[in-house]
Every structure is written in C-alpha cells, then in structure tokens.
Design a protein around this ligand. Structure first.
Ligand code: HPA
Length: 264
C-alpha cells in the first residue's frame, strides 16, 4: 500500500486531495475536466481491470474548480467477477491520498414517474437488494459499520443548494442495488417499489459501505437513463444506458462544479 501511494504521489504530486469521485456508466468523460495527472488503472497494482464499456479506467488527480480531487474514472461492478469488495483498494487509496469525502455517481433506472430519463436523483438512502456485502471476510470489529446516516446530511444539503443555484432539479430518493448484469424483471421492480426503492442500479452500494468503513463522508447521485422494467414501453439495454447518460452527465457536471467552487 505504501509503495502504491508513493508511486501515485511521484506522478501526481503529494499535496493532499480533498474529495474523491467515482464516475458511473457513461460519465467517465467527466474525468477529463480535471486538470492534473491521469494514471491508467493498469499501472496501479491491485486496481480493477474494468471491462465495461462506457467507463474510463484512470485515476485522475488534480484541480477541479480550485479543489484538489482524485477521480476514479471507472468502477468494477460486482457482476464482473463476483467480488463485492472490488473497489476496496481504490477507495483505500483515495483515503490515503487525503480524501475526506466521496461522491459516487451511477446510471440508474427510475421507479418514480416524476423522475425521468435525463434527470438526476440524489441518494437519500439505499437498499441492499443483493444481500451481498463488501465487508464479508473483514476480520476486525470495524466491519460492524453503522449505516444509519451513511448518506451524509451535510454533503447532501450542499449538493442540493448547488443544484438549486444552477437550476438543476435534484430530487432525493432511495437507490436499490441489484446485482446485475441482467436487468430486473417487472415483478422485481414492483417488489423494489413496495420495499421503498425509487431507483435501481448495479453499483454504488458496496462503495458506500466501503467508504463508511474507511471513515469517508459519502454522497451519491444517480443519472436516470431509463424508466425501470415494466414502467414504460422503452427497451432497456446497456446501449440505451450509455446513450442516455450524457444527458444527465451535463447536469451532473454543472452541479459538481458549483458544489466544488462554493461548498468545499
Ligand atoms: N436497472 C439496473 N441498472 C441500471 C438501469 C436499470 O434499469 N438503468 C441503468 N442502470
């Protein structure tokens, strides 16, 4: 771990970063907005070999709106190799680089008629619909992570204020993690709705758990790419997710830039 941090700092500089970001499907290009150093995951031992198209597998460290950030341009999802802890090392690296907080982003399907493709949703909370946990196998008592306030109230208030300032709607809702890679059935979506889910996706929840384990404050934002299965006549596909993500990505970039400029 020390070697890895030394290697990263030799390339990107040793000044501490303040915030970590994880970019979701179709959002990887946001990393290009950061002025700094992009290090391919392939150069970082233990980083995932991300094989999902629409992701940008670089660790980018540098300045965004005057704040030093570390951006994970791609994530490994549970469905790639069956490892819910795949992002543990990258998140541990963010923490070691100085990050105090993490903002995770993802693409998701909406269960709420008032939250449409192209919209953003701020996670007020989440449901682990997968039953998996990235801390299974962790031996220390630190594994018993409280999740009562996992989605940080202060970060959420800041993000909402920024969204309002740039005139982007940012409703809050509950995100349900479905393992993927197949999409949900309409019956599963009805079940998730009864359980209290507002959006569904294949990521983010393991990273929120890991980030809380590491002592990072966390907030997460979904870009809605489709209505969830059975809620519209539209075909649900990864192609569609990638095609729709840029709509939300433009709004997300505005909100994040304003947040960094004014709230950190
Ligand atoms: N379900 C799961 N994951 C997703 C969806 C969806 O409908 N849309 C984008 N990612």
């Amino acid at each position: 771990m020390q070697d890895l941090i030394a290697k990263i700092q030799a390339r990107a500089g040793a000044a501490p970063v303040k915030l970590g970001l994880i970019l979701g499907s179709g959002l990887g290009h946001l990393a290009q907005a950061v002025q700094g150093t992009a290090i391919p995951y392939a150069d970082l031992p233990g980083f995932p070999h991300v094989g999902v198209s629409g992701h940008n597998p670089h660790l980018v460290i540098g300045d965004l709106e005057g704040v030093r950030v570390a951006v994970l341009g791609a994530r490994e999802h549970y469905y790639e190799n069956g490892n819910p802890a795949a992002m543990r090392l990258p998140l541990t690296v963010l923490k070691a680089l100085g990050a105090e907080a993490l903002i995770a982003t993802n693409a998701a399907g909406s269960l709420r008629p008032d939250i449409r493709p192209g919209d953003l949703m701020l996670l007020s909370d989440h449901i682990n619909f997968s039953g998996l946990n990235p801390l299974i196998g962790e031996k220390t008592d630190a594994r018993f992570v409280p999740m009562t306030t996992a989605h940080d109230a202060g970060l959420r208030a800041g993000l909402k204020a920024s969204a309002q300032s740039v005139n982007v709607a940012l409703p809050e809702g509950v995100y349900a993690w479905y393992s993927g890679p197949s999409f949900e059935t309409p019956a599963e979506i009805r079940a998730i709705k009864i359980l209290g889910g507002d959006a569904v996706g294949m990521s983010t929840v393991p990273e929120v758990i890991l980030a809380r384990f590491l002592g990072l404050r966390v907030a997460a934002i979904s870009t809605i790419t489709n209505m969830a299965a059975g809620m519209s006549d539209e075909q649900i596909s990864h192609e569609h997710t990638k095609a729709m993500a840029p709509l939300g990505a433009a709004k997300l970039e505005q909100v994040l830039r304003h947040f960094l400029r004014t709230q950190l």
